[in-house]
Design a protein around this ligand. Structure first.
Ligand SMILES: [Zn+2]
Length: 217
């Protein structure tokens, strides 16, 4: 991790919807914060339309803000946009403009976002615009969300200790709305199982795997 903390002091986390980055990279984010990285976290959609009709529209916004504050991130570390879910393609240029502004203003050393192999329509937009915006300026890695991917190149493994897995599970527990609607990947068994699987590939108890689009030192 020394090279990561020395070379990747500023890390931009991109999440198409609330919860994507936590699911794909929550343990690593916890490890980066422990190593004093400066995190800027952007969510593009609070997915209001995906919530059951009897739930408050701002439920996912509140849940995400609880995650951020539990990690010690303040309003200055977080941008939460409210694009409509499944319609990011219609706002592609707005997404790119946001990312280009962040490239200028935050100048991240590394960007973490969804994979080009992710077939969720909103994730695909963020993955493409992320590469368009940062391919000349920053390291770019992509997190794993297996239910959306038909293939995944596990090129980078970030080893996690128990405390990082615990932190990831605690982040996901804030999303009571998602636990409530019984998503198969929103269980402790699934999250730990994937962590064990990626860990077993690198001789460690837990890990998260990433695709590497760019690695700049
Ligand atoms: Zn998503």
């Amino acid at each position: 991790m020394n090279i990561l903390t020395r070379e990747c002091n500023k890390i931009l986390v991109l999440s198409p919807h609330t919860d994507d980055a936590e699911l794909g990279s929550g343990g690593s984010i916890s490890r980066f914060i422990e190593n004093n990285a400066i995190i800027h976290w952007v969510v593009f959609s609070s997915a209001e339309e995906s919530l059951p009709a009897d739930m408050a529209r701002d439920t996912l916004t509140k849940e995400f803000m609880e995650v951020a504050s539990s990690l010690g991130l303040g309003a200055e570390n977080v941008d939460l946009h409210h694009f409509s879910v499944r319609k990011l393609a219609e706002r592609r240029q707005d997404v790119l403009d946001i990312l280009v502004s962040l490239r200028r203003e935050f100048a991240p050393d590394m960007v973490i976002g969804p994979s080009l192999n992710d077939y969720h329509q909103d994730h695909a937009v963020v993955a493409n615009e992320m590469i368009r915006a940062f391919k000349m300026s920053s390291s770019i890695i992509c997190y794993e969300l297996p239910w959306n991917q038909v293939s995944f190149e596990s090129q980078l493994f970030i080893r996690l200790e128990d405390k990082h897995m615990e932190s990831k599970l605690n982040m996901l527990k804030k999303y009571e709305s998602q636990i409530h609607i019984n998503r198969g990947y929103f269980t402790e068994d699934f999250i730990k199982g994937l962590g064990y699987t990626r860990g077993a590939q690198v001789g460690h108890k837990f890990a998260e795997a990433f695709e590497v689009v760019r690695w700049m030192i």
